[in-house]
Design a protein. Structure first.
Length: 201
């Protein structure tokens, strides 16, 4: 299993490698992880770091992720400042969630990827994207007030698709809350990888 380096910025361990290295790590983890021991990826940007500083619950969710990607040049810039003053190590690259998902589509069979939320990728909810052939569903029209019918639709699609990787694009903190609140559902449907896909909105 490929090892990776993290550097602490704002007391959070951010991934400190390249986009290609990140994609390979996630691919290996998704292929080898057990659904009951999933590989969870979060993609905090500077605004989310501010949110985490004011929300103990959101910070706790980020702390439970296996990999934090520096999804914002502000995080990279902050690491350089800390490094200059010898208060930490420099993160060399921004690694965005949207770029990671695009690259994952080239190394994981797209039919094993489900995107929940974000922009409409197909003309039919629950259908396959005509270009990359991954599955997509809307999730919730109002993320603050999901309906019983919307939850039922998500359950049905997961049971039908049986994806290896689910990418949730609700924006923070909704996507992180969704990933952890639906732990049982993901385990039941053998979802090994879960990614908060910031930037797919």
């Amino acid at each position: 299993m490929k090892k990776y380096t993290t550097h602490f910025v704002f007391n959070m361990p951010f991934f400190a490698g390249t986009l290609s290295e990140c994609v390979e790590i996630i691919r290996e983890k998704v292929e080898s992880a057990q659904p009951s021991l999933p590989f969870i990826v979060a993609t905090p940007n500077p605004e989310q770091i501010v949110l985490a500083s004011h929300s103990r619950s959101f910070r706790s969710l980020l702390g439970q992720a296996d990999l934090l990607l520096p999804d914002g040049m502000g995080i990279v810039a902050a690491s350089r400042i800390f490094s200059f003053f010898k208060k930490g190590e420099c993160i060399p690259h921004r690694v965005s969630g949207s770029d990671v998902v695009e690259k994952l589509l080239t190394v994981i069979p797209p039919s094993k990827i489900l995107v929940i939320g974000g922009r409409e990728y197909t003309e039919k909810s629950g259908g396959q994207n005509t270009q990359h052939h991954f599955f997509w569903c809307e999730g919730y029209r109002d993320r603050a007030q999901p309906t019983v019918e919307e939850e039922k639709t998500i359950h049905i699609i997961l049971q039908k698709v049986k994806p290896s990787l689910v990418c949730v694009a609700f924006g923070a903190p909704r996507q992180e809350e969704f990933i952890f609140q639906h732990e049982k559902l993901f385990v039941e449907n053998n979802v090994a990888g879960r990614l908060g896909a910031q930037g797919l909105k």
